[in-house]
Write a protein that binds this ligand. Sequence first.
Ligand code: SF4
Length: 336
Amino acid sequence: MTATLDQRARSLRDLRISVTDRCNFRCGYCMPKELFGRGFAFLPRAELLSFEEITRLARLFAEQGVTKVRLTGGEPLLRRDLERLVEKLAVLDGITDVALTTNGAMLAGKARALADAGLTRVTVSLDALDDDVFGAINDVGFPVARVLAGIDAAADAGLTPVKVNMVVRRGVNDHCLLPMADLFRHRGHTLRFIEFMDVGTTNHWTLNDVVPVAEILRTIEASWPLQPLQPNHQGEVAARYRYRDGAGEIGLIASVTRPFCASCTRARLSAEGKLHTCLFAAGGHDLRALLRGGASDEEIARRLRSIWIARADRYSEARSPLTARRPKVEMSYIGG
Ligand code: SF4
């Protein structure tokens, strides 16, 4: 099968599928409460792609070269019976990896069933270990202990190594870097530090709030010397480092100071069936209309190919204070 390449010869390899725009957290950098409050109109159920529609699209993406599928949201575990979708995706030809990104709030009760259904890996977002700091970040006062219990349950279910994502913001949780690193050393999980990004238009992003990965590296190295590692595969988002004392691995995701658009192989599908070719896209291509309009597999495949071939996204390389203000899709709508 010939890989479908975009305008920068990037192949279509990773599909991120948002299964809901709802979340049980209100993290300020993604879904601030002042906007996503009590009366917010989330997508009605009928507008969400069904598991059958998602599976059909994933099969057609696999025919274009996609091998890795990641389930996201909002918070994907809010979508009922998600393990049924995992089961369908895990048996698709060409799909070798079905992963999940979650805030961990419901993971303890779901990890085993998801693993049994065919889930291969899980990434859990956790931005601090102090309940006051974490509670303020998620803005619903959710306790750290329950997220840690979810991580343990995922490990017990064999979804290892668990990746833990920490979005670092100056003046919010940058003082939590060392306690986080310390907790996950010797645990076999990979802690990844993420530069705060200007996703969407609602998180009041400024460059001053960004802690560059170079600074994060210096902070960690001052306590535990690190050694750079080779990427696991082309297009890997995180730069990998191992602790020289053998205590494990960390990752650094630097969309702001070290953009990685040149090797970006990711497409994103919103819960209502819009295809976005970049996390910072202003809008997406409506695939649901094709699905529900009776289009054949060939017609949809042709559409996927033409969208990807025309793709030239490089937002992070072109980022500026001006671009940060332009309209962009919300991260809670298409997942990270
Ligand atoms: S900014 Fe867009 S093109 Fe660049 S790495 Fe992110 S998703 Fe890919």
